[in-house]
Ligand binder design. Sequence first.
Ligand SMILES: Nc1ncnc2c1ncn2[C@@H]1O[C@H](COP(=O)(O)OP(=O)(O)O)[C@@H](O)[C@H]1O
Ligand SMILES: O=C(OP(=O)(O)O)[C@H](O)COP(=O)(O)O
Length: 397
Amino acid sequence: MKTIDQCDFKDKKALVRVDFNVPLDKDFNITDDKRMRAALPTITKILNDGGSVILMSHLGRPKGGPDNQFSLKHILGDLSRMLDLEVKFADDCIGASAVDKAKNLVPGQVLLLENLRFYKEEEKGDKDFAGKLAKLGDVYVNDAFGTAHRAHASTSIIAEFFPTEKYFGYLMAEELKNAEKINHHAEKPFTAIMGGAKVSDKILLIESLLEKVDNLIIGGGMAYTFSKAQGGEIGTSLLEADRMELCLQLLEKAKSKGVNIILPVDTVIADKFDNNAAKKNVDAGHIPADWMGLDIGPKSVELFSEIIKKSKTLLWNGPMGVFEMANFEQGTRAVANAVVAATKENGAFSLIGGGDSAAAIAKFNLEDEVSYVSTGGGALLEYMEGKELPGVKAING
Ligand SMILES: Nc1ncnc2c1ncn2[C@@H]1O[C@H](COP(=O)(O)OP(=O)(O)O)[C@@H](O)[C@H]1O
Ligand SMILES: O=C(OP(=O)(O)O)[C@H](O)COP(=O)(O)O
């Protein structure tokens, strides 16, 4: 793997694609800066070598040109504080002013370009646009793991302009190393814990995991479609009726492959989708008509935890319930604690991936207690599904 360790950046201008697509509140304060912190080692290495850095990123999904709501200038202050230097800003990612600012950069300086997605050419993977970006630097570095599943101008096409001078940043290398451990070198017993809202988002992942895991725990909103498919009563819980048949097929497939699928045996139900709703515990498949399941119940917690604690490899994607509501976070919190216990007491390798699972583990302050929390959501899922990520292929190819 060609990483930045193989390059001396002295007097070089490194064009670095990062994923600074961070969540902002209504006053443009960053509510989770993990992705920015994760890119700092790459930036620091280039600066320490005596090079300069031109950072490119997208923020959100702007439609139709420049839009203050999606401007990367909102993160400039925080980035400067993190790096302890004054980061310069180009309010257009291409054009005369960006060219000028890039040209005038001296070693030790950092320039942040405005949101790449203010140009529709970025997402289209336009070669001309990629060429204009490429002109700004001498070397290309991709450290944007969260966006590695997009074949966009700045993540993929641009690499064509740097046939030899293209490298993975440290974050990208670390993410790939950890994902690879799960994909190809998982010590057994290997348990995957799947949750979140929808079966349809995770079908490919489940299918690919059935080839590898010993245990597949299914919780969260997606478990109710499985329950209903098996003849259970699920009230007004999340349901994807058109996926019920598929759930049964997945259960059959698991059986034929000797994979142990574990579904919740009880569930915490509420009379409305509200933290202050009335709530009670019932057995899985016995939810009254006007009630909805919002978390796994205590018997499921015990069942899941026992399996998790005996595992040597753990992949967790998707919360067990609506963990954003304090009254329905217990299942997710307990599973997080079991993953921590397996990591600490059983020497398990634990990888947490997916936006909401990462948010849950951060909420419970357990980020440092597991083996690795990925900065990728969709990118990690696609990697685990066995797809080749365009951002990775561009550097390797
Ligand atoms: N029983 C449930 N009913 C409704 N929503 C749920 C339920 N369980 C989990 N969720 C929701 O699923 C969302 C996360 O789903 P998803 O995006 O698939 O996870 P991830 O981002 O970790 O892959 C969370 O917002 C959570 O509140
Ligand atoms: O946040 C991201 O992905 P994620 O929501 O899958 O974690 C990346 O920045 C990619 O953004 P995109 O899904 O708008 O291409």
